[in-house]
Ligand binder design. Structure first.
Ligand SMILES: [Zn+2]
Length: 401
């Protein structure tokens, strides 16, 4: 495959991926398209797992490290269709931009990974030690890091490349996030006689006021462990002449390296204990939200909404090798961090597998109206993935040498 063919095939595949809508839980058509594409590109093995993730493998001539490239294939829905200036599923190029839902988040990266990996294997005529795995992952937009667990179990990678938008910079960390549910319990009564009941909303107001004293910890480069109220609802709702018996609120907690479910919940639970000691009618609890979803295969995934943070050092050998590989392409990347949560929460945060992030487009283009990816960045990313694969395979063989 020539470099021109690499560019052409990447743009063509990205266009077809955009033309194949793939909301979370509805990824069957795009997964099948990817499997066909991988077979056409000469992948040695292509398979699906129970969640419907699609996995392709290119094997080198000798055993060695396993490098996994991870890209989610689901997208957020098209909202406010009338505000788009083109068909969100057109997947066509205009003014140097390949346009449509998912172009930046992250069908561009998925196309560049699939073709870039095949290009690398082809150009070096399979003369490398190790295996390259490319995974098209389902359900990331609603459940980051959950389906990725199945992939790391199956592949057992030594290194992972997350393809989320990085503007062609190298990402070496991100804050994680947790959803904490607060629940207060009162006693229902007719609101004409409120003294006969216990108002759960008023108890929640007390709890939230006490939690305002929370002082977020900071971590270099990652930022603050922000804890923000994101919703609140009383039961029954609407409360027609009734003192509400229950109130539920959600806190979005951004996680730093070292945060655990216990360490995040403990300070909230001690506030609850203090308020309960002061007020015998105060009854509350705090816990992590737990959720289940059904994949297009029928498989149910369920998990607590706790996605850990991760961060690597700027002088770690695999980071240095990846960084230099991108510089050798003639780019001027910076070492930086994702501001949102990615599948890296699983690979790096939970499974402790060395992970970097690299992809076309700035983060700010994700989830936008008139989403696009610059063709120049898309084709560069395909070369970038090939360079990163080479760098990580080399890092792996230096380790075992
Ligand atoms: Zn994404």
């Amino acid at each position: 495959m020539t470099k021109e063919e690499l560019h052409e095939k990447t743009v063509d595949l990205c266009g077809r991926l955009i033309q194949t809508p793939s909301y979370s839980g509805e990824e069957q058509a795009i997964a099948e398209l990817i499997a066909r594409e991988m077979r056409d590109l000469g992948y040695d093995e292509v398979r699906f797992d129970a969640c419907g993730n699609v996995l392709g493998c290119l094997r080198g001539s000798r055993p060695g490290a396993r490098v996994l490239l991870d890209g989610h294939v689901d997208t957020v829905p098209v909202q406010e269709r009338e505000r788009w200036s083109f068909d969100p599923f057109c997947g066509t190029v205009a003014d140097g931009k390949l346009r449509g839902r998912g172009a930046s988040d992250m069908k561009g990266a998925v196309a560049a990974m699939i073709v870039g990996a095949a290009y690398y294997a082809d150009v070096c005529k399979r003369d490398f030690a190790g295996e390259i795995w490319v995974a098209g992952v389902v359900y990331e937009e609603l459940f980051e890091g959950v389906c990725a667990r199945r992939i790391s179990e199956a592949v057992r990678p030594d290194y992972v490349i997350i393809g989320e938008a990085s503007d062609l910079n190298l990402k070496i960390g991100q804050r994680g996030r947790a959803e904490i549910v607060l629940e207060t319990v009162g006693k229902p009564a007719h609101s004409s006689n409120p003294e006969k009941g216990v108002n759960a909303v008023k108890k929640m107001m007390k709890l939230l006021a006490a939690l305002e004293d929370y002082k977020p910890r900071h971590q270099e480069n990652l930022g603050a462990a922000i804890q923000e109220l994101t919703d609140i609802i009383s039961y029954p709702y609407p409360g027609a002449s009734v003192v509400p018996q229950r109130c539920v609120a959600t806190l979005d907690r951004r996680l730093l390296v070292g945060d655990t479910p216990e360490s995040v919940l403990a300070p909230i639970r001690s506030v609850i204990d203090r308020l309960a000691a002061e007020d015998p009618q105060f009854s509350a609890r705090a816990y992590l939200r737990e959720e289940s979803r059904t994949c297009y295969t029928g498989e149910t995934i369920s998990a607590q909404r706790f996605f850990p943070a991760w961060r690597y050092g700027e002088t770690d050998d695999f980071v240095v090798n990846c960084f230099e590989a991108l510089q050798e392409l003639g780019d001027d990347p910076i070492l930086t961090h994702y501001s949102f949560c990615t599948n890296g929460s699983h690979y790096a945060g939970e499974a402790h597998i060395p992970t970097v992030g690299y992809g076309p487009s700035p983060e700010s283009l994700a989830h936008t109206i008139d989403e696009y990816v610059l063709v120049s960045q898309l084709t560069r990313a395909a070369e970038g993935y090939a360079a990163l694969i080479a760098a990580l395979l080399r890092t792996g063989s230096e380790k075992t040498a």
